[in-house]
Ligand binder design. Sequence first.
Ligand SMILES: Cc1cc2nc3c(=O)[nH]c(=O)nc-3n(C[C@H](O)[C@H](O)[C@H](O)COP(=O)(O)OP(=O)(O)OC[C@H]3O[C@@H](n4cnc5c(N)ncnc54)[C@H](O)[C@@H]3O)c2cc1C
Length: 409
Amino acid sequence: MNMPVKADVIIIGGGLVGATLALALARHEFGSIVVDAQDLDTTVTPAFDGRASAVASASARMLRALGLGDILDADGCAIRAIRVTDGTAPQFLHFDAGAEGDPLGIMMENRLLRMGLLREVRAAPLINLVAPATVTSLVRDENAATLTLADGRIFTAPLAIAADGRRSRTREDAGIRLANWRYPNAALVTMVAHSVPHGNVACEMFYPSGPMALLPMTDHSDGRPRTAIVWTVDEASADGARKLGPKALAAEIAVRVDGTMGDIEVIAPQAVWPLGFHHAATYEAQRLLLVGDAAHGIHPIAGQGLNMGWRDVAALAEVLVDAARTGQDLGSPDVLARYSAWRRLDNTMVSAVTDGLNRLFAVPGRLPSAIRRFGLAGVERIPPLKARFMAEARGETGKLPALLTGELI
Ligand SMILES: Cc1cc2nc3c(=O)[nH]c(=O)nc-3n(C[C@H](O)[C@H](O)[C@H](O)COP(=O)(O)OP(=O)(O)OC[C@H]3O[C@@H](n4cnc5c(N)ncnc54)[C@H](O)[C@@H]3O)c2cc1C
């Protein structure tokens, strides 16, 4: 019989959220076991995930504090302005960070984020990464959480954390219910090179068939500007969109952006993602907490899903550091409740606003469109409202954990 290996926490799932959590905890002297079902080296290839994410500036500050500043500087593209329009209508909402100072966010390829995290996780002596591995059981009682792998290895810790994504088996096995629904559309994700520079402006164009986001990236290796595309298509068209060849896809995009990008070439195969909403009824069970997509998932329209997960990480790290400093059991109900209370409200609000935004812009017809344009113009003219939207994009609203201000705790 294998002897159990002890740690401060067991993290199930070493994706973008789980790996960041392990790193945040290691930087505060906590030892973790990170178990992932996949060979994580395969997750850094372009074929695995062609997606890019808008890293909000608060999240970027945390990643820098954790040692990933070099990746953000080398491969990140600053978003200096965000333009929201109803189709290509001339009335629009424009958020501008100015040429200097903190950008509104940084665009990064997911695989490069994973590469940086994996590098740091592997270099951290306090993190024991076990992947690929199959979890056969997670037993939680009043004393500990005990994880057993198919190869017979056993790990034990006062607290287990589910970071195993939207289909979290850990959440299901704990009997935690989920509010969830599918949107009647899918997101087509690709990357294009084009002739007209993007000027570090992100555009969110709303069409009744679904929004299209244009997200500025660092230049292509041949020097042309690059933009990541997230195009929401209705479910009926998803199959057709998946089959579009690069030339036909470039032509479709050119029509939607009304020629503003100049010559467009699709430079990555398109991936089509089904879109849904989910929110766990609770983030806690005995000696178990949920973080990231295991706890919540939203429409990618506002580029907030991963940032919500990173805010979970920053808050949880702070709660655990505080608990350790006062000698508390890391898996005690008090500690779990503090994390849940901190994160639940923020996640509920961001989820509700994102869902509402998506529904509002999905209503077809001239009248809804006129109302939306009126609304956009209204927000444009009310500086405090605009400032509030900019703070949301930067991830700077609510009570910020220290890590999101760029400080270790
Ligand atoms: C089209 C699209 C575009 C998006 N764009 C943005 C954006 O611009 N900005 C943003 O903030 N968010 C964005 N998101 C959301 C973002 O991608 C997710 O919120 C984020 O990837 C969640 O990370 P995670 O680590 O919680 O989960 P995941 O990335 O799903 O990672 C879960 C990990 O757990 C592992 N795992 C799963 N099951 C098990 C198991 N049983 N045992 C062990 N390990 C397991 C998996 O192998 C994986 O490594 C987008 C989403 C989509 C679909």
